[in-house]
Design a binder for this molecule. Structure first.
Ligand code: ADP
Ligand code: MG
Length: 606
């Protein structure tokens, strides 16, 4: 009845080598994957002290017989593959046969397991890799593994663990990911005796996302359903363009229900939003890619968080097109053109006598209504051209050498004699100074002014706040809730008044002066999602900068806003008084200059 075998050396050597136990969340990942592979319908994860003191995973899966329970702790012992060939089509989350061995070598582990219909369960105790005890025990069908005192025998590693809040944040995120990828399994997550997540079995992803994130979250998402079943089906949800994130942290990608990080998919996702999201801003996404097993190699990375597709480009196309179709469905982009009957080259050579078309004309502009065009995008595009990217654009852009047109301005070259002339696109102030023509991005200029102001007020403990007429209440995601309490004191330094009402529901009672109340929640979400708790424990100043930058961004005047001449004067005066008038807190340029000299050259006057 035993199933586990130790892999032959020639098979074991084919497996991506490396350490899997980095932190409590990586231990939890391996244990939860084992439970899913064992066919569990119910998985409970309990942690104490951020998982260092205790990390316990129980399931109602198939369990193990006694021999297997002992063998499971050997290196390269697995029931999931036998031969090298099996590596080509892996249908389970695990296959390396190393996780339990690695975990048992750095912690005190107790495994209790029982198969259907057995007289008794087996309990195996193993400390720092040494088997201590094997005996009968009581346990229903399934397996419970508790991992205590992680890294107790490697003080150097233990010292490198982050704060309890950080480790809990990573653990909560991990449970969230697996719960999303497996709606049919019921997940419970208990932190220091408190139940943080509890989900009943759900019928599909939509219902599971509702259980975890709440109604509000779903309301703003677009459903994705596309791709090609032969190599990549793509389904899930993406955010509407108005919902913007400054990092990829809210993108959850799954390949055959395995949570992965993949740049190529991330890039395909961004491409789908081209022309409707500025550079440096990312959509939120929950994307599931289903491929035939032989189309994807999961044996790339020891933690199995990276995969390699046999047909990379086709998968990227499928993701981009599926997301683009979801955006078109919601009228954010024009519907795709019907596919041509023949390929372009075939058509040209065999039938139509027309000249070849060398360049695809630019796509029609997106419909205006729901899209907020962005000045950041233009500034960023200009800057990219300025940084002389050699190949990509060339003859596609109207001028062939943008470096000669406008340049980033150095702080030293700025005089106080800047005179605004007007506005371009209601987004950029056009001004002159002694050296030429200036383009000032009004949003980032104001962002810089506010950033300096907030930082100064915070340093002097003089922040102003304004009470909300009606406190705004809303629900946090489990991961956001894990860092919320730590962020509150920092936010209060800036004039926020926040309250935790119950569970994951919180209220904003006051916001910093200048911040429109309507922006408060977006800002809070953005911070809770992007503030990697590690930064906070490492350097409170980084954290404060991050809050000030986010506050400045949300309070600053937007692009596409007409400005009266006095307002332009005010903006320029104040900008010149800031610590760094030429770059915004996120590092983008604030001012570009077209020098008189270059203008003269352009007109062949010198
Ligand atoms: P892998 O998952 O790569 O096979 P592990 O070291 O994680 O390697 O686990 C070794 C073996 O122990 C698995 O192949 C499986 O047979 C068994 N096992 C581990 N966890 C469980 C569990 N929760 N329920 C049933 N069997 C398990
Ligand atoms: Mg495993």
């Amino acid at each position: 009845m035993s199933k586990i075998r130790v892999l032959a050396d020639h098979v074991a050597n084919q497996i991506a080598a490396g350490e899997v136990v980095e932190r409590p969340a990586s231990v939890a990942k391996e244990l939860v994957e084992n439970s899913i592979d064992a066919g569990a319908r119910r998985i409970t994860i309990e942690i104490e002290a951020g998982g260092r003191r205790l990390l316990k995973v129980s399931d109602d899966g198939e369990g193990m017989v006694r021999d297997d329970a002992i063998l499971a702790f050997e290196r390269h012992a697995t029931s999931k593959i036998r031969e090298t060939d099996d590596l080509a089509a892996i249908g389970t989350l695990g296959f390396r046969g190393e996780a339990l061995a690695s975990i048992a070598s750095v912690a005190k582990v107790e495994l209790t397991t029982c198969i259907e219909g057995a007289n008794a369960a087996t309990r195996v105790t193993i400390d720092g890799g040494r088997m201590r005890d094997v005996k009968d025990a009581a346990h229903p069908r399934g397996t419970t593994i508790s991992v205590r005192d992680l890294f107790f025998n490697i003080p150097a590693r233990r010292k490198f663990l982050r704060s309890e809040a950080t480790e809990t944040y990573h653990l909560t995120n991990l449970v969230t990911h697996y719960a999303l990828a497996h709606p049919e399994i019921s997940f419970t997550f208990v932190n220091n005796g408190r139940e943080v997540v509890r989900t009943a079995p759900a019928k599909d992803l939509r219902e599971r996302a509702y259980q975890i994130f709440g109604e509000e979250f779903l309301k703003n998402l677009l459903e994705v359903d596309g791709g090609e079943p032969q190599f990549a089906r793509v389904s899930g949800f993406v955010s509407a363009p108005r919902d913007r994130r400054t990092s990829r942290d809210s993108q959850f990608l799954f390949v055959n229900r395995r949570f992965v990080r993949d740049r190529m998919i991330g890039r395909a996702l961004s491409e789908a939003y081209r022309s409707i999201l500025p550079h440096g801003v990312y959509p939120a996404a929950l994307l599931f890619i289903e491929t035939p097993l032989e189309e994807v190699d999961v044996n790339v990375h020891p933690a199995k968080t990276e995969v390699r597709f046999r047909r990379q480009a086709a998968v990227a196309d499928a993701v981009r097109e599926a997301v683009r179709a979801a955006l078109a469905n919601a009228s954010y982009v024009p519907p795709p053109e019907p596919p041509p009957v023949m390929t372009a080259t075939a058509a040209v050579s065999s039938i139509t006598p027309q000249p070849r078309i060398e360049f695809v004309p630019p796509p029609p502009p997106p419909p205006r209504a729901p899209v907020e065009p962005s000045g950041d995008e233009i500034a960023r595009d200009l800057e990219i051209m300025l940084q002389s990217a050699p190949q990509p654009v060339k003859s596609a852009v109207p001028f062939d050498s943008a470096e000669k047109i406008a340049r980033r301005v150095t702080p030293e070259s700025l005089s106080t004699n800047i005179r605004p002339l007007g506005q371009l696109d209601e987004s950029f102030i056009i001004a002159t100074d002694d050296q030429g023509l200036l383009l000032i991005d009004q949003h980032v200029a104001h962002e810089r002014i506010l950033f300096d102001k907030y930082r100064a007020l915070e340093a002097e403990r003089r922040t102003d706040s304004q009470q909300m007429l009606v406190p705004e209440t809303f629900d946090l995601t489990p991961a956001q809730a894990a860092v919320f309490d730590d962020l509150v004191p920092e936010l209060e330094e800036y004039g926020f008044e926040l309250m935790r009402l119950s569970g994951r529901t919180v209220a904003i009672r006051a916001v910093p002066a200048d911040l429109p109340g309507s922006e408060a929640r977006n800002m809070l979400f953005e911070l809770l999602d992007t503030v990697d708790a590690e930064k906070k424990t490492a350097a409170p100043d980084t954290m404060r900068d991050e809050i000030a930058a986010s506050l400045a961004c949300h309070a600053a005047i937007k692009v596409n806003m007409p400005l009266a001449p006095e307002k332009m004067h005010w903006l320029i005066d104040r900008l010149l008084q800031t610590s760094s008038p030429t770059t915004c807190p996120h590092g983008r340029p604030v001012i570009l200059r077209l020098s008189t000299r270059d203008i003269l050259k352009g007109f062949h006057r010198i």
